[in-house]
Design a binder for this molecule. Structure first.
Ligand code: FAD
Length: 456
C-alpha cells in the first residue's frame, strides 16, 4: 500500500514524523510538495523566500533520491493536487505536519474532508514545525499563554520528545508525474547577499554553531556588528532544520550560551501558540490600543525613507539596508527599526510587517506579525509604552560604529560615537557626509506617539 507525505514548512528527512509514520505503515511512500497557488498569489511568496525555497526543494529531492525515493512537485490548488495524486497512486493515507496559521488550518480541514470523501485518511502530525505543539501548554484560564515567562517555565519543564534519525530507505511507486524542480536562478528580485537553503546547509550551520558559536551567545547576541547569532531562522522557517532537534542538541551542548539560545527557540514556539490560538492577530491588533496611526502624504514619505534606509538615524538605516541586501536582519536591528516605524514615526505596524515579509527570508506569519505587535505595543509586551531610542541603541549595541560603517558607507569615515548622531557635527564637517537629516526629532516622535496612543 501507498502513503503520500505532503511537505509544507518541514522540508527535511531528519526528525520528520510524517515521513517516519508513512514509512512504518505503508510499503511505498510518495513525498509531495505542492506549489500552492493560493500562497503564490497571496503576495506572501516573496522573491527571497522563493529563491531559498528552490534550494530547499532541490536539497530535499536529493536527500530522498539518496534513499531511493524522490520528490514529486505539483502546482495548483493544494487540496486538489493531493487528491489527484492519491487517485493516481491509489494511496490509502496522507501524512502531513500540522500548520499554525488560519490558512493552514483551513487547508487541513478541506483536505481531511476531501480525502474522507475518497475513503482515504489524513494524519496530521504536530511538533514538526515547532519544538512544542501550539496548544500543548495552556494556563489555567485561557487557551494560550499571553505572557512569555510563564510559558518558558512550562515549556522548559516538558520532557524532551525523541528526535528521530532520517530513514535509510524510501520506496516509491512507479514514477508519478512530477513538474521540474523550481530553480533559484529563475527567481528575479532576490537580495544579492541571500543565504543558501537546504537541509544539508541547515545541518552544517547548526553543527558549526554548536561547535563554535553558541558558547558566547548570551554575551554577544545583541552586538550588531559582531553578527554572532546562529542565522538558523530561515532553516527553522522552511523546516530544513527541526526546532526540536536544535533544542535537543543545544541542551546537550550545555552552558549559559546554549541556555540563552534555547530560550530564543522558546520565543519562536511562544509566538506560534499565540497565532494558533488567535489567527486573526496576523492582521488585527492582539490588544487594541485604539491607535490613530499617522497616514497621509507626510507619513507616506517617511515610510518610503524608512524602507530605503534614509531616516537620518544611522543605526536604523544600517538595519534597513542589511534587510534589503541580505533578506535578513539582526534581531537587535529588527527591534530598533520596528520601534522606529511604529513608535517614533507612529505608523501602523502592519505597514512595517508587510515590508519585512516582502524581504525577510525567514519571513514568517507567527514570528513576524507577533514580534511586530510586541514592538508596537499592541501584542504581548508587558511594557507596551516603551520606545527604543535609536541613538542610545546605536551607542550601546554598535559602540564602535562598525555596523553603521558596514551598511551606511556614506558615514564610513565618521568614528563612533559621533557616527550615531551625525546631525550634531559642526556644519562644515556635516557637509562632508552625503547623508540625510533626521526625518523627525526624537522628542517630537515621542510626543506624537504618546498623544496618538492616549498616554498621559
Ligand atoms: P538567533 O539569535 O540565533 O536565535 C535562534 C532562533 O530562535 C532563531 O533562528 C529564531 O527561530 C528564534 N528566535 C530568536 N529570537 C526570536 C524572537 N524574538 N521571536 C521568535 N523567534 C525568535 N523571526 C523569524 O523567524 N521570522 C520573522 O519573520 C521574524 N520577524 C521579526 C520581526 C521583528 C520586528 C522582530 C523584532 C523580530 C522578528 N523575528 C523573526 C525574530 C528574530 O529577530 C529572528 O528570529 C532572529 O533575528 C533570527 O536570527 P538568528 O537565527 O541568528 O537568531
Amino acid at each position: 500500500n501507498v502513503a503520500v507525505v505532503l511537505y509544507t514548512s518541514d522540508l527535511r528527512v531528519h526528525d520528520h514524523s510524517p515521513l517516519r509514520a508513512a514509512l512504518s505503515s505503508c510499503d511505498q511512500v510518495v513525498p509531495l510538495f505542492v506549489r500552492d497557488r493560493a500562497i503564490e498569489e497571496s503576495g506572501f511568496s516573496a522573491p527571497n523566500r522563493r529563491a531559498f525555497l528552490a534550494d530547499c526543494l532541490a536539497g530535499l529531492d536529493c536527500a530522498l533520491r539518496e534513499r531511493g525515493g524522490r520528490l514529486v512537485i505539483r502546482s495548483g490548488d493544494a487540496v486538489g493536487e493531493v487528491v489527484a495524486l492519491v487517485r493516481e497512486t491509489d494511496a490509502d493515507e496522507v501524512h502531513m505536519a500540522a500548520g499554525v496559521s488560519g490558512y493552514a488550518h483551513a487547508r487541513e480541514e478541506a483536505l481531511r474532508t476531501a480525502l474522507e470523501a475518497e475513503g482515504r485518511r489524513l494524519y496530521v502530525h504536530d511538533m514538526v514545525v515547532t519544538a512544542v505543539a501550539p496548544g500543548a501548554l495552556r494556563p489555567a484560564a485561557s487557551d494560550h499563554f499571553a505572557v512569555f515567562t510563564p510559558y518558558l517555565r512550562r515549556w522548559s519543564e516538558l520532557p524532551p520528545r525523541t528526535v528521530t534519525a532520517a530513514p535509510r530507505v524510501i520506496r516509491v511507486p512507479e514514477s508519478p508525474r512530477s513538474e521540474p524542480l523550481p530553480e533559484r536562478s529563475a527567481v528575479t528580485g532576490v537580495s544579492p547577499g541571500l543565504a543558501r537553503g537546504g537541509e544539508r546547509e541547515g545541518r552544517r550551520l547548526l553543527g558549526a554553531w554548536l561547535r563554535e558559536g553558541v558558547d558566547r551567545y548570551h554575551e554577544v547576541h545583541d552586538d550588531l556588528a559582531g553578527d554572532a547569532t546562529s542565522r538558523l531562522s530561515p532553516h527553522l522557517h522552511f523546516g530544513t532544520l527541526s526546532a526540536a532537534e536544535a533544542v535537543h542538541r543545544a541542551r546537550a551542548a550545555g552552558g549559559a550560551g546554549a541556555e540563552a539560545f534555547v530560550r530564543q527557540l522558546c520565543w519562536r514556539d511562544f509566538h506560534y501558540q499565540v497565532l494558533a490560538a488567535r489567527p486573526e492577530s496576523a492582521t488585527r491588533d492582539y490588544r487594541t490600543r485604539r491607535d490613530s496611526w499617522r497616514t497621509g502624504p507626510g507619513a507616506r514619505e517617511e515610510i518610503e525613507a524608512w524602507k530605503e534606509g534614509r531616516t537620518g538615524y544611522p543605526v536604523v538605516d544600517a538595519a534597513m539596508r542589511q534587510l534589503r541586501h541580505e533578506g535578513w536582519m539582526h534581531n537587535r536591528g529588527r527591534l530598533l527599526a520596528a520601534s522606529f516605524l511604529a513608535k517614533t514615526l507612529y505608523v501602523d505596524w502592519r505597514i512595517g510587517a508587510r515590508h519585512f515579509l516582502d524581504l525577510l527570508v525567514d519571513g514568517d506569519l507567527a514570528n513576524n506579525q507577533m514580534n511586530w505587535q510586541w514592538v508596537a505595543g499592541t501584542g504581548t509586551d508587558t511594557r507596551p509604552g516603551r520606545v527604543l531610542n535609536p541613538v542610545r541603541q546605536g551607542l550601546r549595541y554598535d559602540p564602535e560604529g562598525a555596523y553603521v560603517h558596514r551598511w551606511v558607507p556614506e558615514l564610513a569615515g565618521l568614528p563612533a560615537p559621533r557616527v550615531h548622531e551625525p546631525w550634531r557635527l559642526p556644519e562644515a564637517e556635516r557637509a562632508r557626509y552625503d547623508y540625510p537629516e533626521p526625518l523627525v526629532e526624537l522628542a517630537d516622535g515621542l510626543a506624537r506617539f504618546r498623544q496618538g496612543r492616549g498616554i498621559e
